[in-house]
Design a protein around this ligand. Structure first.
Ligand SMILES: [Ca+2]
Ligand SMILES: [Ca+2]
Ligand SMILES: [Ca+2]
Length: 248
């Protein structure tokens, strides 16, 4: 019985904590920013759009990257060994909706190319508005693919903090973590993929300098726990041991 208990404990210990499934902490394109972190076997791409024009990665020539987050966390998630970038002095350090755009969106396509089921847990982002007329409401949607489709979360209007133009340093962002684990199907089985969209809205489209700064976007989750070979062997041995004791 002791051996069995030990083997069960070993099996449960092999269950992993949440990891970064896919993350974006620098932004190399205004329309299709490449993922910067992906878990083993995962591929991830993104497309970005705005109600007028595009997102920006060069919003301030005198202070590029001014809207970046350097707090190292994805939303409030530490990345479990994959901290977010602390680079703040280049334009690509963050993604910006510049003034005059009432709405803007980014859609993330995540594919599990591995052999083990991948359970999605949380969508994370650091986001802050420079001034009040930026798009400060947001909605998280699963647009298509092999997890439950539909709207996951809708914020209240103007939920995102605005700084009244007083941007100081790189740690004034709202840290937003939105649950994906409650979806009826939150699992990307081997070969499955899904398109997850974060959509910002309610900007007035007028006034000056009403930027929205986005950084440290990630989807976290974990691979389904599978017993390690040593645990399976231990379980088999413990079973044999119990059988032997019963017979004796
Ligand atoms: Ca953060
Ligand atoms: Ca960044
Ligand atoms: Ca699924």
């Amino acid at each position: 019985m002791t051996a069995l208990a030990l083997s069960l404990a070993a099996g449960s210990m092999s269950a992993s904590a949440a990891i970064v499934v896919a993350g974006w902490d620098s932004w190399d394109s205004t329309t299709a920013p490449s993922s910067t972190v992906t878990a083993a076997g995962v591929t991830a791409t993104a497309t970005a759009s705005a109600s007028t024009g595009n997102w920006a990665i060069t919003d301030s020539t005198g202070d590029p990257g001014r809207g970046s987050s350097d707090d190292t966390t994805w939303g409030s998630f530490d990345g479990n060994g994959n901290p977010a970038s602390t680079v703040t002095n280049v334009g690509v350090a963050n993604f910006t909706v510049t003034n005059g755009r009432p709405s803007a969106e980014v859609s993330f396509t995540i594919t599990n190319g591995g052999t083990v089921d991948l359970d999605l847990a949380t969508f994370h982002m650091d986001v802050v508005a420079f001034r009040p007329n930026a798009p400060r409401a947001y909605q998280l949607n699963v647009l298509s693919g092999d997890i439950t489709n539909g709207t996951v979360f809708t914020s209240i209007d103007d939920e995102i903090t605005h700084l009244g133009g007083n941007l100081v340093g790189h740690d004034q962002h709202d840290e937003i973590d939105l649950d994906l684990s409650a979806l009826a199907d939150n699992t990307l089985a081997a070969g499955e993929s899904a398109v997850i969209q974060i959509a910002f809205s309610s900007g007035t489209g007028s006034g000056g300098g009403h930027h929205l700064f986005l950084d440290n976007v990630a989807v976290s989750g974990d691979f389904a726990a599978i017993p390690e070979p040593s645990s399976i062997l231990l379980l088999a041995l413990s079973g044999l041991g119990l059988g032997f004791r019963r017979r004796s």
